[in-house]
Design a protein around this ligand. Structure first.
Ligand code: PGA
Length: 253
């Protein structure tokens, strides 16, 4: 990751998943605001559960930290019980939204077709989607990792067009590395990130591609040193202020 050479600003995103409560959120946010004062080479983004978006947005109103959402409705509005629309997320100050996280695809049976709709709803409201892609361990062992990732990206590309990716990010998250403590090797990460850039041709060098999957305070710097890594999507380690700040500072170097 070398911003000056690539023009791609590093971004580190905290994916809190279904964790936190009002009090612990407040403590965490205050520590992050304090520790991130004056740092702005990298972008820090916090994605709390939807019900805490108001709290986090308010707490970050004067901080150099952005707010994002973990998921989004594929519908514009209407009788869709339980859904939170792009318009609502925008009203709560979200700039980013994760779409197609492997946990959504796996536990909520989200399909590529639904991911496409979510990607589109986000962009219609000026939100920047972060499209998650990644292979299972079986797919990797069968030598089909790139094929799987290529298909996930091409599904969105074919429906939305290349230009949509001017305002989108991609997160490569091998499913076997998410929440397991087993991070992908530098070679594996570089191979996939380069492959993703190739899919986009000329635009490829402009797209920010994050890595996600067991990024921790003690392995972030090594991951960020890779040329084609523009930051990280962080789950578990984003729940501890000092760990997350260490990761963000590594991206800011
Ligand atoms: P992890 O989660 O950092 O806990 O592996 C990453 C993610 O889900 O994006």
């Amino acid at each position: 990751m070398s911003t000056t050479a690539t023009g791609r600003r590093p971004l580190v995103l905290a994916n809190w998943k279904a964790n936190g409560d009002h009090n612990s959120n407040q403590t965490l946010i205050e520590a992050l605001c304090q520790g991130w004062k004056g740092l702005n080479k990298a972008e820090m983004v916090i994605c709390p559960p939807h019900c805490y978006l108001g709290q986090v947005s308010d707490a970050l109103a004067h901080a150099n930290i952005e707010v994002g959402a973990q998921d989004i409705s594929r519908f514009e509005r209407g009788a869709y019980t339980g859904d939170v629309t792009a318009f609502m997320l925008a009203e709560f100050g979200c700039r980013y939204v994760i779409v197609g996280h492997s946990e959504r695809r796996e536990y909520f049976s989200e399909t590529d077709a639904q991911v496409i709709e979510k990607f589109q709803r986000a962009q219609e409201q000026g939100l920047t989607p972060i499209l998650c892609v990644g292979e299972s361990l079986q797919e990797r062992d069968a030598g089909k990792a790139l094929e799987k990732i290529g298909a996930q990206i091409k599904a969105v590309l074919d429906s939305c067009g290349r230009n949509c990716f001017v305002n989108a990010l991609i997160a490569y998250e091998p499913i076997w590395a998410v929440g397991t403590g087993r991070i992908a090797t530098p070679e594996q990460v570089e191979e996939v990130h380069q492959y993703i850039r190739e899919i986009f041709g000329e635009l490829g060098d402009k797209i920010r591609i994050l890595y996600g999957g067991s990024v921790k305070a003690d392995n972030a710097a090594e991951t960020f040193a890779l040329d084609d890594v523009d930051g990280a999507l962080v789950g578990g380690a984003s729940l501890k202020a000092e760990d997350f700040l260490t990761i963000c500072r590594a991206a800011n170097n």
